[in-house]
Design a protein around this ligand. Structure first.
Ligand code: TRP
Length: 450
């Protein structure tokens, strides 16, 4: 029960599982995973991805949740509670800042999605429209995308402002089941179209010859991104988890749901794309250009178009909630702010941080970083550069500062179906840090190399 001055706790185990799954399940599941699988050897990639989730993602997620539950704090407070002094506080701070930056562009994409959802009700998806121009036209306006970005931020802050139980938990319990339901409806529609098999083949046909170092890198990076590792939500949501709940079982559910949604998303998207004779594409182009064109050709396309953008908005909203909560929890714990003030104030600040990225398609379209527009730059810096660093430091912190036996004590108490032993120690002390350094170096070579 909520008492003043006392930290709120999830009302039930399900509250934690659905909220954390909501954080993990996002744009990464819907457009990043299916395409990465299709490009990198289909089922062969999925097998490597599963190994990455089990050996790297799952132990790191449990570690972050344990860090939050042990300290009952936001990322900055959590690191400083176990290692007083500046250096680790800086890592916590980096996590909080990055969460704010990711949120700022997540909210822009969430805004595009809301805009397309309303457009699909107003106008439907008709054939004969050039959807590339339509999308380009939408994002290169000035006022409209800013308005939708603002609206998306208002939705996010309104939920966070209501608190852990009345906001995050309540809305996760409504939004997550809806998301599953909508996604399954989309998958059934897509798989029953004539010509769907081309898409299934693209997505799932195993091609082990495509497995190279860069496939492994793609799988590990995707696992990090998709499970929201190294960015604070796991620590923060873990800090609201009861001491009576087992960490491994709960996190197992979250990782399992995240993977399942990614696979179903592939089955919802590619069969339809191939059945209508389009080429698969990655990222925003797939969701906002290819799919609208696909819907325009498909029987019942306007309804499924609406369902798709509703689903995308919901997926983005549950992730953006968790990002805002990271920063809000920091202001509440460390600076003694009230939740209401913190949510509104930060909502406004994050909205402003996002403005250059929205304007990157209009007035600021000449501003480029390594050939990327501003939104892609935000994404690149946060996800490709900072996420591995915070992930690496979290891992080193658990292994060498907090110490694995203490982490395991927190994780294994109370005991669940999976309990952590010496394998965890080897993973967290040696294997995971090496794997993270490997992806960091590969990322840098890819972008800056010859
Ligand atoms: N996991 C999210 C997705 O799949 C993306 C993401 C990365 C994220 N880091 C995050 C979401 C931190 C919330 C918080 O789309």
């Amino acid at each position: 029960m909520e008492k003043t001055g006392q930290r709120e706790q999830w009302g039930s185990r399900l509250g934690f599982i659905l909220a954390t799954a909501g954080s993990a399940i996002g744009l990464g599941n819907i457009w990043r995973f299916p395409y990465a699988a299709g490009e990198n050897g289909g089922a062969a990639f999925i097998i490597i991805y599963l190994i990455a989730v089990i050996l790297i993602g799952f132990p790191l997620m449990c570690t972050e949740v344990a860090l939050g539950r042990k300290t009952q704090k936001n990322p900055v407070g959590a690191f400083s509670a176990l290692a007083p002094g500046k250096p680790w506080r800086i890592v916590g701070m980096l996590i909080v800042i990055v969460a704010a930056f990711i949120l700022s562009y997540y909210s822009i994409i969430g805004g595009w999605s809301l805009a397309y959802m309303t457009k699909s009700v107003a106008a439907g998806f008709k054939p004969g429209v050039n959807y590339e121009e339509l999308f380009g036209g939408h994002i290169s306006k000035i006022g409209e995308p800013i308005l939708w970005h603002g609206l998306f931020m208002i939705l996010t802050l309104a939920i966070i402002e209501s608190g852990v139980i009345k906001g995050i938990q309540k809305w996760s319990k409504i939004l997550m089941p809806s998301l599953f339901f909508l996604l399954i409806a989309m998958a059934i529609r897509s798989l029953t179209l004539p010509g769907a098999s081309g898409g299934i083949e693209f997505f799932l046909k195993p091609d082990f010859s495509k497995i190279t170092f860069s496939t492994i890198q793609a799988a590990i990076s995707q696992a990090f991104y998709s499970l929201s590792i190294g960015m604070g939500p796991l620590i923060t949501y873990g800090s609201y988890l009861s001491r009576d709940d087992n960490i491994t079982d709960n996190v197992g559910w979250v990782a399992g749901m995240d993977t399942l949604v990614a696979i179903i998303a592939g089955l919802a998207i590619f069969p339809a794309v191939f059945a209508m004779g389009y080429d698969p594409d990655a990222g925003a182009g797939l969701a906002f250009i290819t799919l609208p064109a696909v819907f325009s050709q498909m029987p019942g396309g306007s309804v499924f178009g609406f369902i798709f953008f509703l689903l995308l908005s919901v997926a983005a909203l549950t992730s953006s909630m968790s990002l805002l909560e990271v920063v809000v929890a920091w202001l509440i714990d460390e600076r003694g702010w009230e939740r209401k003030k913190a949510s509104i104030g930060l909502g406004i600040i994050v909205f402003i941080i996002g403005l250059p990225a929205t304007l990157g398609y209009s007035v600021l379209s000449d501003v480029k970083f390594l050939g990327m527009d501003l939104l892609d730059t935000y994404d690149f810096i946060t996800n490709n550069m900072v996420l591995p660093i915070t992930g690496l430091f979290t891992c080193l912190f658990a292994a060498y500062v907090w110490k694995t036996e203490n982490v395991m004590e927190e994780i294994n108490n109370p005991k669940g179906k999976i309990s952590f032993g010496s394998l965890y120690r080897i993973l967290i002390m040696v294997i995971i840090p090496i794997a993270v350094c490997f992806i960091m170096i590969m990322n840098l070579i890819e972008k800056f190399g010859a």
